[in-house]
Write a protein that binds this ligand. Structure first.
Ligand code: TRP
Length: 378
């Protein structure tokens, strides 16, 4: 068992704490771990509060204003740390800007307003998003989300912005057509046909602003996946060897070599990233394993993350500090703080291991019983 570094207790008494208070304190502590300066951190915390909108002031003693699909306990915020060898990890925050403002349609419109306000503030162009508005924001949208946005918190106070849209906005039956049309409008005419077979199209994402190669990303969900099937998901040009993806999948899911278990509790996700439009082939591939559904508690999820970080030559001190920045509970006392473990490949870059950290503002999922224990209890 690994003890997390000690941290001082939360400043506000729990009963008076608000969603904005809780999540911005987590953000400030995480910024410190990620080596961001105090001024940048304060700016990012203010941005998070503003982007959340009125729900930021809502006391945590009240139930979540809406059942956000962003996290299991419906906190509309999730953190992640992306690790490459030799540098400090990049801290990102994913949030649902329009959460709790009313219907999905209202939430989508308010999310769009929030993203455009952020874009104006940092002089980021939104034209690629504007071109897709009719596709992803119909008058009566379907769920499970309308718009999420992620900020990559760089030193200097200006984040990189990513926007996540719902392929099923006009109905699940039209998701494929929606994604195909969105890709076409952005110049990626052949991209859709390169995607692997999937059970569901989950997100359509856009990089906005100051990126070297702004990406268009399509996320697919894969039910009952085996390690071998995970290994053959990538369609990336010069992408990872199937054996590498298989090994990541096995470690993250806790499946021994030679064992042929399928992940049945929650689908694995894949993301293909498109930048150039000439070949239609994706230049990036990411595999997301929902580790929280395949461990008893977060101590076990951390062990798996540590094995993976070691395999990729990454120092793990910052992961331990980040978990302590997000929570003061013992890792063995719950499951879901570590939501996903992901492996990202992008052409011309070293692979990245990303750890998704839940805010748990509303609830901690109790640890699961081992099946052997569960049988003994019965
Ligand atoms: N909560 C959703 C899920 O678990 C969406 C989500 C949040 C997600 N963060 C993610 C999906 C990171 C993939 C990777 O599916």
């Amino acid at each position: 068992m690994i003890d997390l570094p000690h941290r001082s207790p939360a400043l506000a008494p729990a009963a008076l704490d608000t969603l904005g208070g809780h999540t911005t304190r987590q953000l400030l502590r995480l910024c410190e771990v990620a080596g961001l300066g105090a001024a940048d951190a304060a700016g990012y915390a203010q941005t998070l509060r503003t982007a959340l909108g009125p729900v930021a002031e809502r006391p945590l003693a009240l139930p979540a204003r809406s059942r956000s699909f962003l996290s299991d306990d419906h906190t509309p915020v999730e953190f992640s740390l992306s690790f490459v060898p030799g540098t400090t990890p990049t801290l990102r925050v994913l949030l649902e800007p329009g959460s709790g403002v009313g219907s999905l349609a209202q939430s989508g419109r308010s999310g769009l307003r929030a993203v455009r306000a952020l874009a104006r503030r940092w002089d980021v162009a939104t034209d690629r998003l504007d071109e897709l508005e009719d596709l992803f924001f119909p008058l009566s949208p379907h769920g499970p989300l309308a718009l999420w946005c992620a900020l990559e918190l760089r030193p200097g106070g200006v984040p990189r912005v990513k926007v996540y849209l719902n392929p099923a906005a006009s109905g699940a039956a039209r998701a494929a057509e929606t994604v195909r049309e969105a890709l076409r409008r952005l110049g990626h005419r052949q991209a859709f046909t390169t995607l692997p077979d999937a059970d569901r199209l989950l997100f359509f994402a856009l990089d906005l602003g100051d990126w070297d190669d702004p990406r268009v990303k399509v996320y697919t969900a894969h039910h009952d996946l085996s390690a071998a099937a995970a290994g053959s998901l990538s369609r990336m040009k010069d992408g990872p060897a199937p054996a590498e993806i298989e090994a990541f999948f096995r470690t993250a899911a806790g499946i021994d070599d030679g064992e042929d278990t399928l992940l049945e509790r929650r689908p694995v996700q894949a993301c293909h990233a498109f930048t150039e439009t000439a070949t239609g082939l994706p230049g990036g591939f990411t595999l997301y394993v929902p580790v929280r559904d395949y461990v008893r508690h977060d101590g076990e999820a951390l062990d798996r993350a540590l094995v993976l970080l070691r395999r990729y030559g990454v120092d793990s001190a910052q992961l331990l500090d980040s978990l302590a920045a997000a929570t003061s509970r013992r890792l063995e006392d719950g499951v879901g703080l570590i939501a996903y473990l992901a492996l990202a490949h992008q052409q011309g870059r070293p692979p990245r291991v990303t750890v998704y950290i839940s805010s748990e503002a509303y609830a901690v999922r109790p640890p699961a019983l081992l099946s052997a224990q569960a049988a003994a209890v019965r």
